[in-house]
Design a protein around this ligand. Structure first.
Ligand code: NI
Ligand code: MN
Length: 230
């Protein structure tokens, strides 16, 4: 059984038959997260890019739990230098982990960590994730604008659950995210990366209404709420 719990912004904990996977654990600095970084259970931590609202508490959680950080190579190497166990990957590449197959997808965005003094430390390309078990497939888009290759992702994968940013400004807004669901054709879409700050305060119900019009089911989660793939 796969259960995905949303912790606000792009942070999810995904339980795959007891294996705990944490995606983009932005908790301590998040105005909306309720879960504390020191209570997260983690076997693996997936990082889509190096922005602080995605790298978040990853290093602290990895240090406490011993979880392996999986990320695009440059970001993974950075985390490894900070003492974490890492599994570097890159876009297009997949790997069969004990809990399932993970493949990195493109995402149109940036991936720099802003150091003290405002200097960007570039950490390679951002990515999205395809998480596949024998029977289920989750697509986590990461931070990205709409791109036509989502059609390719949708054509080649039977996506049970698509996790899509809708907040606009830094990523797709509502209208583009609705188009993304037409390209991806998931059984269910869940919006993310909105409402955290005023600048990305879009309406998830507008997204849900939009996807319904194109024949795609959406589920709007409250912070802390879970969705289980049957
Ligand atoms: Ni970002
Ligand atoms: Mn972000």
């Amino acid at each position: 059984m796969i259960t995905a719990t949303w912790h606000g912004h792009s942070c999810y904990t995904i339980d795959i038959d007891g294996t705990k996977i944490v995606v983009d654990p932005f908790l301590t600095g998040s105005p909306v997260a309720r879960m504390k970084a020191d209570e997260v259970e983690a076997d693996f931590i997936l990082l889509s890019h190096g922005h602080s609202d995605h790298l978040g508490d990853a290093l602290a959680i990895a240090a406490r739990t011993g979880a392996t950080i999986v990320a695009p190579n440059e970001l993974a190497v950075y985390c490894g230098e900070q003492g974490a166990a890492v599994h570097p990957m890159h876009i297009g590449g997949g790997f069969n982990f004990p809990w399932g197959r993970l493949q990195l997808t493109i995402a149109h965005h940036g991936s720099a960590l802003i150091e003290d003094g405002g200097r960007p430390l570039y950490l390679g390309s951002p990515c999205g994730f395809l998480i596949k078990t024998e029977t289920k497939c989750i697509y986590f888009a990461g931070d990205t604008g709409l791109f036509l290759d989502m059609k390719l992702i949708g054509d080649r994968n039977r996506i049970d659950l698509a996790l899509l940013p809708i907040g606009d400004n830094f990523t797709m807004g509502v209208e583009d995210a609705v188009t993304a669901t037409e390209y991806l054709k998931p059984k269910v879409a869940i919006p993310m990366h909105y409402g955290t700050w005023e600048v990305i305060d879009t309406d998830p119900e507008e997204f849900a209404a939009g996807t319904e019009k194109v024949g795609i089911k959406s589920v709007v989660l409250q912070v802390g709420e879970s969705y289980t793939i049957e």
